[in-house]
Design a protein around this ligand. Structure first.
Ligand SMILES: Nc1ncnc2c1ncn2[C@@H]1O[C@H](COP(=O)(O)OP(=O)(O)OP(=O)(O)O)[C@@H](O)[C@H]1O
Ligand SMILES: [Mg+2]
Length: 258
């Protein structure tokens, strides 16, 4: 199981857009994916080409209420920030089990820092979208402090809504690259196709398959998959069961020494 926490210090940086695009990219690569939105005013369905009238079922909802898009299981749990049982419930549902092959993406709104803190210890990765603007950058020290020492090691940043024709946006991106080094995994260009796709109730891939933003998020998704694969390789493997040597077989219930 890979658990990807999508959470940013600032609202409107594209966290939900990113969560949706990652889910689509992983599903495209035949991964089983669940996305849980924890937002009260949930725009996740729209990012997955569902009409605004669709509300996603609760995590504990009935199987027949499931909303699936391209094989992705979509859930909403707006009570999560105030529910102390949210994490135990994920555990009980097996969603945090390392044995599961499913990718779990959790979209946590910027204002719900407490929930992000509770989820971080279970996250394989924390993905943080930033916009290249001073009002976003100014929130980083407080964000770092609140998430705690060590949180940055598992946080991958990306710059979203980058307009490379803008000097301040370019300079801010260069500053962020210097600040986060290899943990800044890429940028997604500002692209009108993203909102046009929402207006057309289509996924970005369907509406604008050759758009700049889609190419950029696809690269980000590949990077995330590589990181997850590297993590899985580094994870301690269970010790292989000891193979008996030829001539080393003792009768059941008797040791060789006996
Ligand atoms: N690269 C992009 N180019 C153009 N528009 C974008 C891009 N990324 C996101 N958007 C648009 O920006 C708006 C905000 O995105 P989104 O809803 O994902 O942000 P958010 O961080 O989840 O916001 P909130 O804090 O409200 O949950 C949406 O209309 C989305 O379509
Ligand atoms: Mg959002």
């Amino acid at each position: 199981m890979a658990v990807i926490l999508c959470h940013s210090p600032k609202g409107g940086t594209g966290t939900t857009f990113l969560a949706a695009q990652l889910a689509l990219a992983f599903a495209d690569r035949n991964r089983d994916v669940t996305v849980i939105s924890t937002a009260m005013n949930d725009s996740l369905p729209l990012h997955l080409a569902l009409p605004p009238a669709v509300t996603l079922p609760d995590l504990e909802g009935q199987a027949e209420d499931a909303v699936m898009v391209q094989g992705i299981d979509l859930r909403n749990c707006a009570r999560a920030p105030r529910d102390p049982d949210f994490v135990p419930m994920l555990q009980d549902a097996g969603l945090l089990s390392p044995a599961s092959e499913r990718v779990l993406i959790i979209d946590v709104p910027s204002g719900e820092r407490g929930l992000a803190q509770r989820l971080l210890p279970f996250a394989s990765l924390h993905l943080c979208a930033l916009t290249p603007a001073p009002d976003c950058v100014a929130l980083l020290p407080q964000f770092h402090e609140e998430l705690g020492e060590g949180a940055l090691d598992q946080t991958l940043f990306l710059v979203n809504c980058l307009d490379e024709t803008r000097r301040l946006a370019r300079h801010t991106t260069a500053f962020l690259r210097e600040l986060f080094g290899a943990n800044l995994i890429g940028r997604v260009r500002q692209d009108e196709s993203v909102v046009e796709a929402l207006a057309m109730l289509q996924t970005l891939g369907r509406y604008a398959p050759s758009s700049a933003a889609l190419a950029d998020v696809t690269e980000i998704a590949e990077h995330v998959l590589l990181r997850l694969a590297a993590q899985a390789e580094l994870a301690p493997q269970p010790a292989p069961a000891q193979q008996p040597q030829t001539g080393d077989i003792a009768p059941a219930g008797k040791s060789r020494a006996a």
